[in-house]
Design a protein around this ligand. Structure first.
Ligand code: SAM
Ligand code: DTB
Ligand code: SF4
Length: 350
C-alpha cells in the first residue's frame, strides 16, 4: 500500500457514482484502505459545540429549528456573554474535547458583534483549545480579523447539491456559501465544510455535493456529514428516512475522495444505534461532537459515548495526527497508543 498522500481535486461525477455503486463490502474495504494510510483508524477527534446566539435567524433553511420562518419550539437567546462562553469552554476541555466550536444563528456577522466574537476566540484559545466558529456569511476583512484573533477553523456548510439547494434555502444562494468559503481560505483559516443527508435529496445530489467539496482548490480540513435531525415545526419534520446504508456509503465515498480530511459524524448520532455508528467509523468517520447537546438538539450522553469508545477500542485525539503520513509513522503512533493503553490498564489495576 502506498503511503503517498494523493489529493485529487478533479473528481468527475461518474467516478463518484461508480464508487457509490460498489458492493457495500468493497466500498468499505476501499475506504478503510485509504483511511489507514492517512490516519490512525482508532483515533477520533473530539469537538464540543456551543450555541452562542440562538434562534430568530432570518434565513429560511428548511431543516433548521432556529429559522424565524418556522414554528419550532425554541428559546431565543441573545449573544452569550464572553465570560460565560469561556466558562463553557473550560468545561469542554475538562471533559476531553480538543476543539471548541461556537455557533451563531446569524445570516452574516455584523460589525457590532465582531469585538465580542474576537474576545471569545482569544479567551478560548488561551485555554489551549482549538477554536472553531460558525457565524454565517463573512466578508474578506472579517475572515482576516477572525484569523488574526487566533481562530483555527471556520464552519460553513454547502449543505446539499447546487441543484437541490433552492428547495432547501431561498434566502441565500449556493454561490454565497462558496464566496464565504473562499474568504475563509484566503485568510488562512482552516475550512470545516460539509452537508446534511436525509433531506429528501437524491443520490445524484449526494454525488454532486461531495464533488463540490472534493473539487475545492484545497479539500476542507474538516468535513461534517450531518444526518437530518427532524425537528417538529420545521418544514422537513416529516422527511422520509434515509436508508442507513446510504448514509454509511456517503461517508465511505467522502473518505476516498478527501483522504486527508477529518470526516465528522455530526448531527443525527442520537438516533443511531451503536452498530450504525461503528459502521460509520469503519467507513472513515474520525471526528464527532461530544457532549449532551449540539446547538439546539440532543447529542448522545457523554457516558454512552465513553462506553462506545471503550467497546470499540477508540480513543480521543488530543491533537490532530495529520502528520501521520508514512507507514513507519503510523506504526509508531499505534505503538505509542498501545503503550499508553497498557499504562492506563496498569494504573487502573494497581
Ligand atoms: N447560521 C450559520 C450557518 O448556517 O452557517 C451557523 C449555524 S448552522 C445551525 C450550522 C449548520 O448546522 C448548518 O449549516 C447545517 O448543516 C447544520 N444543521 C442545522 N440544523 C440541522 C438539522 N436539523 N439537522 C442536521 N443538521 C443541521
Ligand atoms: C455542523 O455541520 N453541524 C453542527 C455544526 N456544524 C455547527 C450543527 C448541527 C446542528 C444540529 C441541529 C441543532 O442542534 O440545532
Ligand atoms: Fe440560520 Fe444557520 Fe439555521 Fe440557516 S442553518 S436558519 S443560517 S442558523
Amino acid at each position: 500500500m502506498s503511503a503517498e498522500v494523493v489529493r485529487r481535486n478533479d473528481w468527475q461525477e461518474h467516478e463518484i457514482s461508480e464508487l457509490f455503486d460498489l458492493p457495500f463490502n468493497d466500498l468499505m474495504f476501499r475506504a478503510q484502505q485509504v483511511h489507514r494510510v492517512h490516519f490512525d483508524p482508532n483515533a477520533i477527534q473530539i469537538s464540543r459545540l456551543l450555541s452562542i446566539k440562538t434562534g430568530a435567524c432570518p434565513e429560511d433553511c428548511q431543516y433548521c429549528p432556529q429559522s424565524v420562518h418556522h414554528g419550532a419550539d425554541l428559546e431565543v437567546e441573545k449573544l452569550m456573554q464572553v465570560n460565560k462562553v469561556i466558562e463553557e469552554a473550560r468545561d469542554a476541555k475538562t471533559s476531553g474535547a480538543s476543539r471548541f466550536c461556537m455557533g451563531a444563528a446569524w445570516k452574516h456577522l455584523r460589525a457590532k458583534d465582531l469585538p465580542y466574537v474576537l474576545e471569545m476566540i482569544k479567551g478560548v484559545k488561551s485555554l489551549g483549545l482549538e477554536t472553531c466558529m460558525t457565524l454565517g456569511m463573512l466578508n474578506e476583512d472579517q475572515a482576516i480579523a477572525l484569523a488574526e484573533a487566533g481562530l483555527d477553523y471556520y464552519n460553513h456548510n454547502i449543505d446539499t447539491s447546487e441543484t437541490y439547494y433552492g428547495q432547501i434555502i431561498t434566502t441565500r444562494k449556493f454561490q454565497d456559501r462558496l464566496n464565504t468559503l473562499a474568504h475563509v481560505r484566503s485568510a488562512g483559516l482552516k475550512v470545516c465544510c460539509g452537508g446534511i443527508l436525509g433531506m429528501g435529496e437524491l443520490r445524484e445530489d449526494r454525488v454532486s455535493m461531495l464533488k463540490t467539496l472534493a473539487c475545492l482548490t484545497e479539500h476542507p480540513e474538516s468535513v461534517p456529514i450531518n444526518l437530518l435531525v427532524k425537528v417538529a415545526g420545521t418544514p422537513l419534520e416529516n422527511a422520509p428516512d434515509l436508508d442507513p446504508f446510504e448514509f454509511v456509503r456517503t461517508l465511505a465515498v467522502a473518505r476516498i475522495l478527501m483522504p486527508g480530511s477529518y470526516l465528522r459524524l455530526s448531527a443525527g448520532r442520537s438516533g443511531m444505534s451503536d452498530e450504525m455508528q461503528a459502521l460509520c467509523f469503519m467507513a472513515g468517520a474520525n471526528s464527532i461532537f461530544y457532549g449532551d447537546r449540539l446547538l439546539t438538539t440532543e447529542n448522545p450522553q457523554t457516558l454512552a459515548d465513553q462506553s462506545l469508545f471503550q467497546r470499540l477500542g477508540l480513543f480521543a485525539l488530543q491533537t490532530e495526527n495529520r502528520a501521520v503520513q508514512t507507514d513507519e509513522q503510523l506504526i509508531d503512533a499505534i505503538q505509542a497508543h498501545h503503550d499508553a493503553s497498557q499504562f492506563y490498564d496498569a494504573a487502573e489495576t494497581s
